[in-house]
Design a protein around this ligand. Structure first.
Ligand SMILES: Cc1ncc(COP(=O)(O)O)c(C=O)c1O
Length: 371
C-alpha cells in the first residue's frame, strides 16, 4: 500500500473534529431564516473588536472589501491619494488600492521577514501619502513601531493587513491593534476561515466605522438617504455563525502551525535553503513557512514525487504585473523578485502531526544531500 500524500493543507480534515458544531451553526441559521448581516454578524463583530482592542469591527464580504472600504473611508477625510505598500504581496491588496481610487507606491520587502522594509518605506513616504499598508505577510509581523513613527511623522494613516496573521503579537499586543485601522480576511485557508468568503475591518475611528457600515450596503444602512454610492460588501449570516463556531479552536491551530515552523527552523539549518527570520518583538502566527531555493522547480518536483505538496506565495511581483506595464522596474525590488523566483511554501498545516513535519524535513535533507 502506498503512503498517503502529505497535503499542503486539508480543510476537510481540519474541520472534521468540529463538524457537528459547524453543521449546528448551519441548521440554526437555516431555521432562523436570516442570511444577511443580523445577530450572528453582530456577535462576531463584538468578538473581533474585543480581540483587537478596537471600538468597532465591521463584518464584510471579504478581506479585499475591508481594505477597499477602509481606504475609501480614509479618503473621505483626506485629499491625499498615494498608498505605500510592499512589493511582495498578493494581488487583492493591490486591487483594493486601485479600486479605492488610490495610487500604489511599491516598496521592497526585507530579506528573511518578507514584510515591508522600514528603511525603504521611510524613503518612499512623503506628504502626499494617504496610508501605508503594513501587510503581515506569511503571518510575520511587520516592524510596527517604526512604521507607526513614519506615518505619524508624515501625517499618513497606518493600515494593518492582518489577513495572514490573525493571532500574531507585537510586543505582546495583537496585530490589528496598532494601526489606525486593520483589515482581516476569513478566506477558508486563513487562520480563522469561513466556509466561503468573508472579511472585516476594525478601527476605533467612529466616522470611518459609520462610513463602512453604510458603504457595505450600497451607501446607506437605512435604505436612504444616499449621500454616496458604493456596492454590496455585506457579510453572510451563515459565515458569521460558522466563524463563531470555529472561534474557540483557531488559536490552537495557530499554535500548532508555529510549532511546525519552529521544527523547520531548528532542523533545516545549513542545508542550502534560505529560512525565514524571527524577531524578538514578534510572536508570528505562521500562515506560510517560506524557504528560498535557487533550484525551486527541481526541488518542488522532487518533493511532489515523494508525495509532498508545496505551494508558492507568490510567484509574481505585483508591481511588475501587466496592469502596471512600464511603470515600475524589477531592479527596484530585488528581494521581492528573488522571492517571486525562489520561494517555496512548506506545509505547516495544523492537521499534520510532528512526525509528518519531520518526514518533510528528512526528505528535504536527503534531496539536498544533507541526510
Ligand atoms: C495579505 C492578504 N491581504 C488581503 C487578502 C484578501 O482577502 P480576501 O481573499 O478575503 O479578499 C488576502 C487573501 O487572499 C491576503 O492574503
Amino acid at each position: 500500500m502506498s503512503t498517503p500524500p502529505i497535503l499542503y493543507e486539508d480543510l476537510s480534515q481540519l474541520h472534521e473534529p468540529i463538524q457537528p458544531l459547524i453543521e449546528e451553526a448551519f441548521r440554526k441559521s437555516i431555521k432562523k431564516g436570516q442570511f444577511i448581516l443580523g445577530e450572528e454578524v453582530e456577535a462576531f463583530e463584538q468578538k473581533l473588536s474585543e480581540s483587537t482592542y478596537r471600538d468597532y469591527a465591521i463584518g464584510l464580504s471579504s478581506g479585499t472589501a475591508a481594505l477597499t472600504l477602509l481606504l475609501k473611508a480614509m479618503k473621505e477625510q483626506n485629499d491625499r491619494r498615494m498608498v505605500v505598500l510592499p512589493a511582495m504581496v498578493c494581488m487583492p491588496v493591490v486591487a483594493a488600492v486601485v479600486e479605492a481610487g488610490c495610487e500604489p507606491i511599491f516598496v521592497d520587502v526585507s530579506f528573511g521577514r518578507y514584510t515591508i522594509d522600514p528603511d525603504l518605506a521611510d524613503a518612499a513616504m512623503n506628504d502626499k501619502v494617504l496610508a501605508l499598508i503594513a501587510v503581515h505577510l506569511y503571518g510575520h509581523v511587520c516592524e510596527l513601531d517604526r512604521l507607526k513613527l513614519l506615518c505619524e511623522r508624515d501625517g499618513a494613516y497606518l493600515l494593518e493587513d492582518c489577513a495572514q496573521a490573525q493571532g500574531a503579537l507585537w510586543k505582546g499586543k495583537p496585530v490589528g491593534s496598532f494601526g489606525d485601522a486593520a483589515a482581516f480576511s476569513f478566506y477558508p485557508t486563513k487562520h480563522l476561515g469561513a466556509l466561503g468568503d468573508a472579511g472585516a475591518a476594525v478601527t476605533s475611528n467612529s466616522e470611518w466605522a459609520e462610513y463602512i457600515k453604510k458603504a457595505r450596503e450600497y451607501g446607506s444602512f437605512t435604505r436612504g438617504p444616499y449621500s454616496f454610492l458604493t456596492g454590496n460588501y455585506r457579510m453572510d449570516t451563515i459565515q458569521a455563525a460558522i466563524l463563531l463556531a470555529k472561534w474557540p479552536y483557531w488559536m490552537e491551530w495557530v499554535e500548532k502551525r508555529n510549532t511546525h515552523a519552529r521544527l523547520y527552523l531548528d532542523q533545516l539549518i545549513e542545508i542550502g535553503l534560505e529560512l525565514p527570520k524571527k524577531v524578538v518583538e514578534a510572536k508570528d502566527a505562521q500562515h506560510v513557512f517560506p524557504v528560498l531555493s535557487s533550484n525551486r522547480n527541481r526541488l518542488t518536483q522532487q518533493l511532489l514525487e515523494l508525495g509532498i505538496e508545496t505551494a508558492q506565495h507568490y510567484s509574481y511581483v505585483s508591481a511588475l504585473q501587466p496592469v502596471f506595464k512600464g511603470k515600475f522596474i524589477s531592479k527596484d525590488y530585488p528581494v521581492a523578485c528573488k522571492v517571486a523566483n525562489e520561494q517555496i511554501s512548506l506545509t505547516c498545516s495544523a492537521v499534520h502531526k510532528q512526525e509528518t513535519i519531520e518526514k518533510v524535513i528528512k526528505h528535504l535533507k536527503v534531496i539536498l544531500n544533507f541526510g
